[in-house]
Design a protein around this ligand. Sequence first.
Ligand SMILES: Nc1ncnc2c1ncn2[C@@H]1O[C@H](COP(=O)(O)OP(=O)(O)OP(=O)(O)O)[C@@H](O)[C@H]1O
Ligand SMILES: [Mg+2]
Length: 223
Amino acid sequence: MTDTSPTLRLEGVTRRYGRKVVLDGISHSFTKGLTLLTGPSGAGKSTLLRLIATAEKPTAGRLHWNGEPLPAARSALRRELGYAPQAVELPMELTAREFGLHMAALKGLRANEADAQFRLLLEGVGLAADANGRIATYSGGMRRRLIFAQALLGAPRLLALDEPTAELDSESRERIHALINRAAQSAIVIMTTHLSDGVAAAATAVLRVEAGALTPARAGLAA
Ligand SMILES: Nc1ncnc2c1ncn2[C@@H]1O[C@H](COP(=O)(O)OP(=O)(O)OP(=O)(O)O)[C@@H](O)[C@H]1O
Ligand SMILES: [Mg+2]
């Protein structure tokens, strides 16, 4: 790991599904700090985050991580990535703590270090008391907070957060905003949201995804 600020550059990134062009030749450089992605439902915000998280490949165009093009730099990007997808199937039979240890192992963290780190993260999102509860018993909001917590494991320098505060109460939302703002001091944090809520003020950039393009939007404009 280097001391220099992380950079993520998209160059002419296009994503099609069949004949449908969702993202049309997007070029943009993301730097350290919080970038919000807004835009109407179905515009391609989640698609863009999946490309950034390397869960999908662009149909055309390229990503560059710290100046190196993918796919060569894909594993380097993944080592520094935290990703909270909008919709994901959780292993219902595991406890939150077991799930955290599993995710930490995938990220290459050592078990004792991972346990301590995840305990702090669960505390941060208000799930400390439920750490040993099975995910099956979790409410929707608890599951969303758990998905967010695992994304922060390993102090990633690239965080892709897909509506991390959707349907959360204001207390949980504020907890998550605090963790996001802290992470954004050293990481590239790219977060989708439909809300012009508390984080907008702290954002270094607000971008709008619409009609296949990514354009600067003023903070405070709701989707
Ligand atoms: N795997 C897929 N196959 C086909 N079409 C897809 C696929 N994934 C997404 N799409 C389409 O791509 C478009 C963008 O979807 P996406 O989920 O990225 O939008 P979004 O901006 O995240 O919307 P929302 O705000 O509702 O979450 C939609 O028209 C969607 O139907
Ligand atoms: Mg989405």
